[in-house]
Design a protein around this ligand. Structure first.
Ligand code: AP5
Length: 223
């Protein structure tokens, strides 16, 4: 079993690394941000409720988030494990997650903390672009697409997220400090916190995350 959380500020590279780990170990990448953005795009009831909250950089209410994640981790593809990216984000969410997992005879095995400073985050996010069709993530400075404005993987146009304006990024960072950063202590006390220097390049972070996965799940997770 490999039930893992990726924790850290916006733009730390959680999503980028979670995709790589999910591909490598064949476990689902559960990004609450991606799920909410999909709901907004589809214009569902959930999407209508969260659109303005997300655009302002605030957090969506805990009860909504817990319901979404509970349903998702109960699906069959999570049997071998999962990577939670963007959840939990508050102590209420973390406690609820522990309860839900307990009810399934499961637990979180490890939390990977992506450590990075605010200015680097602002720099990265202002250059982030996302594919409008397949969701692939690019960075105009560090990992640009081969053809300007076009996704390498599926050929659809890439765009800038609505909440990636500098002002909103700074707001999201302050919300992270106010509501999420104390989760580091929460998981440290459980002996489940592992730290990675997220300011390094994608390959270096990837290799460090791989080492952590092996530490958490044993050598088989390296092969
Ligand atoms: P969410 O989508 O979760 O956003 P976030 O946590 O702010 O994280 P990001 O997606 O911005 O960053 P990331 O760490 O994944 O970085 P990435 O890999 O893309 O949440 C959005 C909103 O949804 C929230 O504000 C909230 O409203 C709501 N929400 C979601 N979950 C919620 C919850 N649980 N409770 C309440 N509300 C919730 O990388 C960033 C950029 O840097 C990319 O361009 C990438 O290519 C580049 N990059 C990545 N790694 C490197 C590297 N090592 N070196 C150089 N560049 C890199």
């Amino acid at each position: 079993m490999m039930n893992i959380i990726f924790l850290g500020p916006p733009g730390a590279g959680k999503g980028t690394q979670a995709k790589l780990v999910a591909e490598r170990f064949h476990i689902p990448h559960i990004s609450t941000g991606d799920m909410l953005r999909e709901a907004v795009t589809n214009g569902s009831e959930l999407g209508k409720k969260v659109k303005n909250i997300m655009e302002s950089g605030e957090l969506v209410p805990d009860d909504l988030m817990v319901d979404i994640v509970k349903e998702r981790i109960g699906r069959a593809d999570c049997k071998k494990g999962f990577i939670l990216d963007g959840f939990p984000r508050t102590i209420v969410q973390a406690n609820a997650l522990d309860e839900v997992l307990k009810g399934m005879n499961k637990e979180i095995e490890g939390t990977v903390y992506f450590k990075i400073e605010e200015e680097e985050v602002v720099k990265r996010i202002s250059a982030r672009r996302v594919c409008s069709k397949c969701g692939a993530v690019y960075n105009l400075v560090y990992s640009p697409p081969k053809v300007n404005g076009i996704c390498d993987k599926c050929g659809a146009p890439i765009y800038q997220r609505d909440d990636d304006k500098e002002e909103t990024v700074r707001k999201r960072y302050s919300v992270y400090i106010e509501k999420t950063v104390n989760l580091l202590d929460f998981y440290k006390k459980q002996g489940k916190l592992f730290e990675v220097d997220a300011s390094k390049d994608i390959e270096k972070v990837k290799s460090k995350v791989g080492e952590i996965m092996a530490k958490i799940g044993g050598e088989k997770w390296l092969h």
